[in-house]
Design a protein around this ligand. Structure first.
Ligand SMILES: C[S@@+](CC[C@H](N)C(=O)[O-])C[C@H]1O[C@@H](n2cnc3c(N)ncnc32)[C@H](O)[C@@H]1O
Length: 252
């Protein structure tokens, strides 16, 4: 993926994975608030849109009961909980994340909803998943792949755990291309958000890492090519809200 973008400069020898986990542990307590605040709640609509696409795919392939879905980089479990909308008999969702702090916040939310029997949250790394081949009917990952230390390895590993014809859905930030959204987004993402994020989360690096990691991420057609190289077929992109975010889909 070219340049290494990490949350912290020190210690230099610390892996991106460890730094990312440490950063999310640091901001776990304020993550949900800042996430919805900075996106003006639009992130909720993006996740809903992704789940609609997943639901349509499952309906089309005739698999609506006994589903097992993985939510990679589940964080505080927002996407995993949104996935409950798919419904059907015996729906199971397994959320995976490298940050114990984010998972702890997620588990409390899942418990409060009374969904602990349906949603399991476990610690794990996208590059080396503790699941057999063909375990899941589909996977989702929101705002996660940008943080992977090994992007291709993660995509290949997630595909391994999908059943044949299973769908992978990736929701990730992208960059608007046209005036005036391009300029507004740049100001918002590079100036306003890092300043406010620093005040509220007390982690100065976390909200400067965010725009840097979005800038470095191979979005759009480049990401689709990577998905194809990793073995996915029928890969598609849907740009959301003028290109601030994109949904990528690919089938095993
Ligand atoms: C921006 S949060 C997104 C959380 C959630 N998906 C959401 O939509 O709010 C990114 C999450 O990715 C996790 N993450 C980063 N690299 C990972 C990896 N290699 N394997 C699993 N999780 C990872 C982080 O710990 C963090 O919780």
């Amino acid at each position: 993926m070219g340049t290494r973008v990490t949350p912290y400069t020190q210690p230099e020898q610390e892996s991106k994975k460890r730094q990312v986990a440490r950063m999310f542990d640091n901001i776990a307590h304020s993550y949900d608030f800042l996430n919805h605040f900075f996106s003006l709640g639009i992130d909720v609509l993006w996740r809903k849109r992704a789940i609609k696409i997943l639901k349509a795919h499952l309906k089309e392939s005739g698999t609506q009961d006994n589903l097992h879905i993985m939510d990679m980089a589940t964080g505080t479990a927002d996407f995993a909980m949104e996935t409950m909308r798919i419904g059907g008999e015996n729906l199971r969702i397994t959320g995976v994340d490298i940050s114990p702090g984010m998972l702890e916040v997620g588990r409390k939310k899942v418990e409060r909803k009374g969904w602990s029997d349906s949603i399991a949250l476990i610690e794990g790394d996208s590059a080396d998943l503790p699941f057999n081949d063909e375990t899941f009917d589909a996977y989702t990952v929101a705002f996660g792949v940008r943080n992977f230390e090994f992007l291709e390895q993660g995509l290949i590993e997630m595909r391994r755990t999908l059943r044949q014809d299973g769908l992978g859905i990736v929701l990730e930030f992208s960059k608007p291309r046209y005036f005036p959204l391009k300029q507004i987004f740049h100001f918002y993402f590079h100036w306003l958000m890092p300043t406010m994020g620093k005040l509220v989360s007390k982690d100065a690096s976390a909200y400067s890492y965010l725009p840097e990691s979005v800038d470095a991420f191979p979005e759009g057609d480049q990401f689709l090519s990577i998905m194809e190289e990793c073995g996915y077929r029928s890969c598609k992109t849907i740009r959301l809200t003028g290109g601030i975010a994109s949904i990528y889909t690919g089938i095993k």
